[in-house]
Write a protein that binds this ligand. Structure first.
Ligand code: FAD
Length: 470
């Protein structure tokens, strides 16, 4: 393999082919659940270098694991333990190529960190709405490959809806230049959409043209307590009717989530005493004035209280209070890690079926594992729930780990029986690859395998992820 290393070093320079302990941070996932090995971590600086690396690896059938910010929650960017693959880090492809405030687009390298894209849009007086807890580390290429959602999907859509064009290095090293900024193009199959959500299994994304929006000058944020998911759904419908598409986020958390964050996240404060109830975080945004938007939200919540949908509510009086509300929501992932880690499920359901799902899943997992603690939160307006399970108090980590696969099957069965999906936004990765085979219709899998065989005939891209039995 010395000739491979020599070839890689001649492409990116010896300092960008990591072969010692400097590889380590790239070989473990964000949650610390998966640890793999690799021949090397290779750090190209531009599309041409990516293409040359792919050509070298392809001719030797060396697997390539693309990696952006390495914040995947499904082990998607971590190589397997064989040590056969190289990790291709896109972090040095980090340039904003151009901003077009008239066409409302931004063209970026795939390794650009999400918060840097937001900042570049803001500097041009525009807004890039993708926002999620890992935005200071995750990259546009990773967001695209996972088809990330985030907190504003309700209004702006997922990465798929936010993308106009892509540049992709194919398995033979050719570069597909699809960097168009066209809103409309009816000339056949949407090649762009094949790569979005493909988790690095069909090609290496090196650039993207993304949509921008007018900056929402006004925001109004509130916390409301409700009796449970059913009442939260009724509230969602009421707020939608009174606030229209100003509704930007509608985040649901059970009382167990709130309790967990209170215990583990020192700077998280509950705006009222809601120990026994579920809460929702509601955000409106608009280009109009903030006082007008705030009173619209206040009126909407007052009507919901009168109708018996809401038990209590607080509307943030300023941006710092709104930030504190979001801290509670964003602290959940952190609190789960501190509590000892959870069996994670990221399910998507028809919105109307969500309350029923929570009830049925709670019963199923409690019967199988008495005392198990469901920690349920998510983007209720998008039909996306993070249905996490903590071990019963007193059960050892090992005992609980031995039961997790069975519990996950129960949760996924309750999902698929309602025509839901086992991954809404975190991707399949390694975590759900076996379950995908069980839960996805066989014709869907057959078509996906056919696309994989066409675009990556040597199966060098991200083996073991998404289509595990390739
Ligand atoms: P990585 O983790 O490096 O990779 C993710 C996948 O994309 C892997 O399969 C990898 O092989 C592939 N990949 C990476 N770059 C490329 C490329 N250039 N070309 C081809 N394939 C590539 N997700 C949501 O949708 N909504 C949320 O609200 C949300 N909140 C989160 C909060 C936290 C604290 C964390 C840690 C994660 C959260 N996520 C959320 C998950 C999020 O989608 C991913 O973390 C992010 O989109 C991945 O970006 P990344 O650059 O870190 O990609």
């Amino acid at each position: 393999m010395e000739d491979l290393f020599a070839a890689l070093e001649s492409i990116v320079g010896p300092e960008n082919v990591l072969r010692g302990s400097d590889k380590d941070p790239f070989l473990i996932d964000w949650l610390g659940k998966y640890r793999g090995d690799a021949r090397a971590v290779v750090r190209p600086a531009d599309t041409a270098e990516v293409a040359s690396i792919v050509e070298q690896c392809s001719s030797r059938s060396i697997p390539i694991v693309p990696q952006g910010g390495n914040t995947s929650l499904s082990g998607g960017a971590t190589p397997d333990r064989s040590g056969e693959a190289i990790v291709l880090s896109l972090a040095r492809l980090n340039k904003v190529r151009s901003v077009d405030p008239v066409g409302n687009t931004i063209a970026v390298d795939a390794g650009t960190i999400l918060s840097n894209v937001q900042a570049a849009a803001a500097a041009a007086g525009r807004y890039f709405p993708m926002s999620l807890g890992a935005e200071g580390s995750c990259t546009i290429g990773g967001n695209l490959s996972a088809n990330a959602g985030g907190v504003a999907v309700l209004r702006y859509g997922t990465m798929r809806e936010l993308t106009l064009g892509l540049e992709v290095v194919l398995a033979d090293g050719r570069v597909w230049d699809g960097m168009t900024a066209l809103q409309k193009d009816n000339t056949g199959y949407s090649l762009r959409d094949l790569f979005i959500g493909s988790e690095g299994t069909l090609g290496i994304i090196t650039g993207a043209v993304l949509k921008l929006f007018p900056s929402p000058a006004a925001r109004a944020t509130a916390f409301a307590s409700v009796s449970g998911p059913k009442e939260a759904l009724s509230l969602l419908s009421a707020v939608r009717s009174s606030c229209g598409d100003r509704l930007t986020a509608f985040e649901f958390m059970t009382s167990e989530c709130v309790d967990l964050v209170r215990r583990h996240v020192a700077d998280a404060r509950m705006p009222f005493d809601a120990a026994q109830t579920a809460v929702v975080l509601i955000e409106l945004s608009d280009i109009d004035s903030e006082p007008g938007l705030t009173s619209r939200l206040e009126d909407s919540l007052a009507a919901a209280i009168e109708a018996g949908l809401v038990l209590d509510a607080v509307v943030a009086q300023d941006r710092s209070q709104a930030k504190a509300f979001w801290r509670l929501r964003e602290g959940i992932s952190e609190a789960l890690v501190r509590e000892g880690g959870a069996a994670k499920h990221d399910v998507s359901l028809p919105v109307a079926a969500m309350a029923d799902f929570v009830g049925a899943a709670d019963v199923a997992v409690s019967c199988a594992c008495p005392g198990v603690r469901p920690i349920v939160f998510g983007h209720l307006g998008d039909g996306n729930l993070h249905y996490n399970l903590l071990a019963p108090l007193g059960m050892s980590k090992e005992d609980f780990a031995a039961r997790c696969a069975g519990l996950s099957r129960l949760v996924h069965d309750e999902t698929t029986v309602r025509r839901g999906s086992i991954s809404a936004e975190h991707g399949v990765g390694q975590l759900r690859a076996a379950e995908l085979v069980r839960c996805k219709p066989s014709l869907d899998l057959e078509l996906m395998q056919a696309l994989k065989a066409t675009l990556d005939p040597r199966r060098i891209f991200n083996p073991g992820k998404l289509l595990a039995d390739c």
